[in-house]
Each structure stands twice: as C-alpha cells, then as structure tokens.
Design a protein around this ligand. Sequence first.
Ligand SMILES: [Zn+2]
Length: 123
Amino acid sequence: MIKYRYNLIKDLKNHIDVLMSLRELKKLPVTIHYPNPWETLKLIFIRPKIDYQCDKDITCYWKSAGTGGSYFPPDEIYVCPRETSYTVEEIVKHEIIHLEHEHEVQGMTHEEKEAYIISKENS
Ligand SMILES: [Zn+2]
C-alpha cells in the first residue's frame, strides 16, 4: 500500500539537498524547481489528489522543490507536484519502477538509468 505524506522537516532537508547539488543537477536533462517559501506553504495546505495504489509498502512524500521525482531505496519516493511535464500519478509510477530495479542500474549514467527504467515502464 502506498502512503501519501507531507513532512515539513523532510521537505526542508530536501531544499538543502537541492541547493547543495545544484551544480550536478544542472548537468542533467531535468527540470529543477527552486526552493520557494510560497510553494512550500501551498503544499502544506493543498496536497495533490491521487488514489493510485499498488501492493508494495511504499511511502510517497510530497516535496515542494527539486526534480519532479526522486527515490530512496528501499521504500521511499518523493514527488514534486510543481512538475508540469508529467502528472503526479505518472511520477509516482516511475519512481516505484526505480525502486524495483535499483540493483540492476548500478554503475549506469543518469541517461542510461532513465532509458532502462522507461523500457521497464513500457514492458
Ligand atoms: Zn527516473
């Protein structure tokens, strides 16, 4: 079962991670949503609506900054609803596939990992 949660401390920790890894993030073909107090406040009061479920125990934390999605094995994913290229449901599904195939993508570049994960999404 997927639990959807918001945790202010985790969100603020993520802001620090985003700012500290900006140089690396900017090299990747991803959208970066910059930490912004207004967006954080919005997310505290308005959570995305989603009823997507799966049979694995995963916690999905909403985040107000960073890339559209990220994942932390074994069972945590982070999804930023500011992402407009994909729906939150699409991001949730994508990050879960990352969790499932993490052991197979060790040593791959970001682009190789994404290509591999996308091939799994379509299979
Ligand atoms: Zn990905």
